[in-house]
Design a binder for this molecule. Structure first.
Ligand SMILES: CC(C)(COP(=O)(O)OP(=O)(O)OC[C@H]1O[C@@H](n2cnc3c(N)ncnc32)[C@H](O)[C@@H]1OP(=O)(O)O)[C@@H](O)C(=O)NCCC(=O)NCCS
Length: 298
């Protein structure tokens, strides 16, 4: 058994491994593999340093991506292991090596997100992690979208080529101060807005005349052979908060998802984020599960 760093020669075997552990059917597998590969190639990840592989008997049994967020001195870990080694000392070793790499990156904390019933929580606690934040997994339960027209003078339009700088600015302005948010560069936003799970039509801007007041960024994820629409990010610029304008841009995002016939709509939200939860509840979302963010202080 060895934990070692990824090289590009590992890519085919790694994608096979990811396809097997992350998806139950062929249709989902391709999408998961594409999305994993896009993560691997995202600006600032440097997979040859920040992707660790656990190898045993000549095959890949585990993988951990360590996403560096230097400006907030955080590293986010994304861990996948084969079912037969879940909870084992092999998985523990992979986690330990990921912690060491996070230290080398000069991070102050490492974070990892788990489903509420994940067996991994015990292993993480043994390794020194503690539960830091509870997020809600919410699902839209409505049968029709509420009416939510933008106020007079406001207009909604979708993202167009050349909008990455504006999207970066409004996202950073809206989320700065939110737990775990790391400001994005224009290059990162350019890359993510062209990823396979998102589309320009699915990124909606709310303008007050020519001033960008808020946005809703939708994306897609495979879910048991079906397509799930996701409200990935929604933000209102600080000067425009508390005026009730989040609902029109949210509904515009949901209208887009309905127009492409997604099978369901979901989102994740920090359980402490009262304005966001009130917004989501008011359009028909309900909490269906929790996600648990674990933290390791380095
Ligand atoms: C979440 C967010 C988009 C909501 O927009 P907003 O302009 O602040 O809120 P709105 O004025 O449209 O009101 C939405 C709901 O939140 C409530 N609300 C607004 N500000 C609030 C506050 N400070 N405390 C409690 N509730 C608040 C409103 O009363 C309304 O609920 P209601 O319909 O039950 O009355 C905005 O606060 C934001 O950009 N936050 C930072 C980014 C973020 O957290 N995004 C969501 C996670 S992806």
């Amino acid at each position: 058994m060895a934990v070692r760093k990824f090289t590009w020669q590992d890519l085919p075997a790694l994608l096979d491994f990811i396809g097997t552990v992350q998806a139950q059917n062929e249709q989902d597998r391709k999408v998961r593999q594409q999305s994993f590969q896009e993560n691997l190639r995202q600006p600032d990840l440097y997979p040859e340093e920040n992707c660790l592989l656990l190898e045993a008997d000549g095959g890949i049994l585990g993988c951990c991506l360590i996403f560096p967020e230097p400006s907030i001195r955080r590293a986010v870990l994304a861990l996948d292991v084969a079912p037969q080694i879940e909870g084992s000392t092999l998985e523990e070793e992979l986690v330990k090596q990921a912690i060491s790499r996070s230290k080398e990156l000069n991070a102050k904390v490492a974070h990892i997100c788990l489903g509420q019933d994940s067996l991994r929580s015990e292993l993480l606690q043994r390794a020194g992690f503690h539960l830091a934040r509870v997020y809600w997994d919410m699902k839209w339960m409505g049968d029709h979208l509420p009416q939510a027209d933008a106020p007079t003078g406001f207009t909604v339009r979708h993202f167009q080529p050349g909008d990455a700088a504006a999207l970066t600015e409004v996202q950073n302005a809206a989320f700065t101060g939110s737990w775990g948010f790391c400001p994005n560069s224009v290059e990162q936003i350019e890359y993510r807005s062209s990823a396979g799970n998102t589309s320009h039509q699915g990124i909606l801007f709310l303008y007050d005349q020519d001033q960008l007041a808020g946005y809703c960024w939708t994306c897609l994820a495979p879910s048991d052979g079906k397509t799930k629409g996701i409200i990935g990010m929604i933000g209102i610029a600080p000067d425009y908060r508390g005026k009730g304008i989040s609902k029109p841009v949210m509904v515009a995002g949901m209208e887009y998802l309905q127009s492409i016939h997604v099978n369901e709509i979901g989102l994740h939200v920090d359980g402490n984020n009262t304005p966001a939860i009130r917004l989501y509840t008011s359009v028909g979302f309900e909490k269906v599960a929790e996600l648990h963010w674990y933290e390791y202080t380095l």
